[in-house]
Design a protein around this ligand. Sequence first.
Ligand SMILES: [Zn+2]
Length: 334
Amino acid sequence: MAFVPSAPAICESGSASQGSASSNPAPLVSRDPYSDPLFLHAADSSSVFLVSEKLHGEANYGVWSRAVRKALLAKNKLGFILGTIPQPVDDEEDSGSWLRCNAMVCTWYTHSSLSCFLSTKVRALSPWTQILQYLPHHLQAPTQHNEQISVMVKESARLAGEFCSRKWPIFAFMDSHHPDIPEPPYPPHCIIGTDESRLVPALQWLESEPCATLRPKDCINGFVGSIEKDGSNVFVDWVKEKQIKIILVVGICTDICVFDFVASTLSARNHGLLPPLEEVVVYSSGCATFDLPHDVARGIKGALAHPQELMHHVGLHMARGRGAKVVSEVSFDA
Ligand SMILES: [Zn+2]
């Protein structure tokens, strides 16, 4: 028993001790109908918003997830997210109630979450147990030390210093995504206004460097992300204005943003759209990618494994295959 679509809930067990059954034939009313997680009150409609503020990304994830948990706990539905209310088999009495409750929790969660994320990821995920674990994992930059990423940051900062001391031009892309413009299959990241959309601390000094051109991009591909509303391309204009013949590419992610940019730039060069650019050089230690090992990906439905070392080298290999020069060392004349 349990699912009651409208109040009040009738307790069939009769375990409550209100008088004797013989002298009081009225059905016993539970004091807390929500003690049954499969109970839905008339007010628990599909239009319920669990929290007043939607999830925007990493910046409000902590506050948002605590509020969602509290709201679901108050309705005794947190178990649908955590997986502690197992789905009954089809012919069990509670099966229909469970499905209705699960659908309702689904709807509440959708209303309260980031719409672009849900449209690309969450709907593909099942069971619900994975969602709260999945969200923070993918919305936050890695908190543990990652050697490949640390080396990439250190080398990028070193090269930036060398370039600036020689007054060589630098063009820095910063992922800066609008929360309402999804870029599937990637989950929201580097949302405008959050710390993630800024340069990493080791490179923030570039913000006031005259030799550096900073370009926030709302696109995985920096070349496409350089296109302005009037059709002009900030990166193409920069190459032409500074008369750049060779570019040295560093950054994250080797096989995604770096590769997309390199492939597009080489294609534009090959078609005479980027004069006087001659060569695109990718510095392997100046690039890095993220890590989603096979054993972790296996536990996340719909997730594609992304082993860091392998995918980093795949990115470099593909860049080389497209005509970039991949180097393992960059040195400067004294
Ligand atoms: Zn991005």
